[in-house]
Design a protein around this ligand. Sequence first.
Ligand code: AR6
Length: 189
Amino acid sequence: MRLRIDAGAGSGQRTRGRGRVATIEAVQGDITTQAVDAIVNAANTTLLSGGGVDGAIHRAAGPGLLEECRALGGCPTGEARLTRGHRLRAQYVIHTVGPVWSGGGRGDAELLRSCYVTSLALAARHGVRSIAFPSISTGAYHYPIEQATEIAVRAVRECLARPSPVEVLRFVCFSARDLDVYQRLLSAD
Ligand code: AR6
């Protein structure tokens, strides 16, 4: 199931750059199989792999990814680092570290927003035209899906309303329930 929404949905189409409009879409699926320039990994601060989407990406990319990650020396929460995609279809993996949900009172929202903003800035610096995001922090890190999705959708809409090489941004949801949340919020103003 796929829903395509223009970046400026709700406030009219926003043209930017050379007049293109970015597409923001949500699908249910496995991010490791996406045919996009870059996939985003919901990593931890060590960048040395873990469970969830992080484990799935490392399994699919092969050992070269872990080797490249080791050389990066970690990544603070809210920031992002780029590696090659190794055996993935995607050319790049952008590793970002979401916040562990702490009840909302310790800058959780700003850190989660920063994951999307810094990942897209890094993608732009590497000329990425299509990018897939998982639902960062909503698995092992327990960020409530509704609140996390509101932050994700708002952040990427704002970023893609400005000049960027990114033409397609895909949210890849693992569950039908998560996809419902994304679809509802992408359809809303
Ligand atoms: N494709 C798309 N989404 C997936 C996939 C997949 N293959 N696998 C899981 N998800 P999580 P976090 C969804 O726990 O909450 C790791 O151990 C999953 O259903 O992967 O940011 C890291 O090393 C959920 O909706 O990431 C960190 O230690 C979403 O991805 C920690 O977990 C995020 O769940 C990060 O926790």
